[in-house]
Design a protein around this ligand. Structure first.
Ligand code: ACO
Length: 335
């Protein structure tokens, strides 16, 4: 595939998706100014599964990298808790928000959108909606949030939250050990200076649509091996595309924040990208796969641990059912 010409908006349409670069002084300045996370109290260890399923701590650890995960809460309750912490850390009140996007594939009910239920709890009255791009949803939401800042909004809250324990067949050892519950959120604000989103890449590969599926009221069904293979390829291609849009190299990236589905997927993709272990954000061992929450959980965990500094370049890269993908290069801190 040859690199397509960028049009006047620096938007490139590719045969495998769409990608965008935000460069030039005409773009509005923006920054991630606050972040927070929320995990349920109940810890489920690998040994808990081994007591009732034909599995073991050794198998789960070696094949997935997961040691424990959290179960509990609703998408609204976890999402609200993470959002409240993100707002506190940004020093922003709910009534100052211009838009709230909740990335989730596990809304608590069909209507209303769970973001509206969170609005009732937090007290914001701005525009709000749920966005579902499966596990790639946080990347999609971040890009949408950022584009809304570019049109003139001042403050957008992005929440990634999923409660996958409720749609996982607990008798199916091949999925039960993987999926879990959690939430994390970031506040994006317009600030003087440069935009914080430097390049992005979104897309979908419908040849993988049958690999991961959940009917309404049913449980997740997954062809793990083929999902694994396609996930590594999608993560690498999408990350490379976002880096190209941002005119950066993998060496420039201070922290790689991949979707937390399987440690072997993360390692295969990061190795191919040339990003060493010291530059990878991992929470999978403690959280399992929390879908929309997984990238922001890893991001917030790294920020809370002091691993991010103003001016650092962060590469997020996710894939999900569909198979959707989303990557973005973000400049951390205020410009
Ligand atoms: N404990 C013990 N054995 C198990 C378990 C378990 N928990 N789960 C599966 N097995 C068995 C299988 O039954 C199979 O046995 P068999 O050979 O007798 O048939 C054997 O282990 C090997 O199974 P594979 O599926 O080939 O194992 P693999 O090494 O591929 O690991 C896994 C399975 C962990 C699911 C892996 O394929 C994977 O992570 N795939 C990607 C999953 C993913 O990324 N999903 C998320 C996508 S999007 C989103 O996040 C919603």
């Amino acid at each position: 595939m040859t690199d397509p010409e960028l049009n006047e908006h620096n938007l490139a349409r590719r045969s495998r998706g769409s990608a965008f670069a935000l460069q030039g002084s005409s773009q509005r300045g923006s920054a991630v100014t606050g972040w927070g996370l929320a995990l349920p109290d109940t810890v489920i260890t690998n040994d808990d599964f081994a007591q009732r399923l034909d599995t073991s701590d050794q198998w789960i650890t070696e094949r997935t990298g997961i040691k424990e995960r959290r179960w509990g809460g609703t998408t609204a309750s976890l999402g609200a808790e993470a959002a409240r912490r993100a707002l506190e850390s940004a020093g922003v009140t709910a009534d100052q928000l211009d838009l709230v996007i909740l990335s989730t594939a596990t809304s608590d009910q069909t209507v209303p959108a769970t973001s509206a239920v969170i609005a009732k709890d937090l007290g914001y009255a701005c525009g709000t909606f749920d966005l579902d791009a499966a596990c790639a949803g946080f990347g999609y939401s971040f890009v949408v949030a950022h584009s809304m800042l570019a049109t003139g909004l001042e403050r957008v809250l992005v929440i990634g939250c999923d409660t996958l324990s409720g749609i996982t067949d607990q008798q199916d050892r091949s999925t039960a050990v993987l999926f879990a519950d959690g939430a994390a959120a970031v506040v994006l604000e317009a600030v003087p200076g440069e935009p914080c989103l430097l390049g992005w890449d979104l897309g979908v590969d419908t040849s993988a649509i049958h690999l991961l599926w959940c009917d309404k009221g049913g449980y997740i069904r997954m062809e793990g091996k083929e999902t694994f293979r396609k996930a590594v390829r999608a993560t690498i291609d999408s990350a490379v595309s976002a880096l190209e849009q941002a005119k950066l190299r993998a060496d420039d990236i201070a922290l790689f924040v991949p979707h937390q589905a399987n440690k072997r997927i993360i390692d295969a993709a990061a190795d191919r990208l040339g990003i060493g272990e010291d530059r990878r954000a991992i929470v999978l061992d403690r959280t399992g796969n929390t879908s929309s929450a997984s990238i922001p959980l890893a991001l917030v965990d790294a920020a809370n641990a002091g691993r991010l500094h103003d001016g650092d370049y962060v590469l997020i890269a996710g894939f999900g059912a569909g198979m959707t993908w989303a990557s973005a290069v973000i400049r951390w801190g205020r410009p």
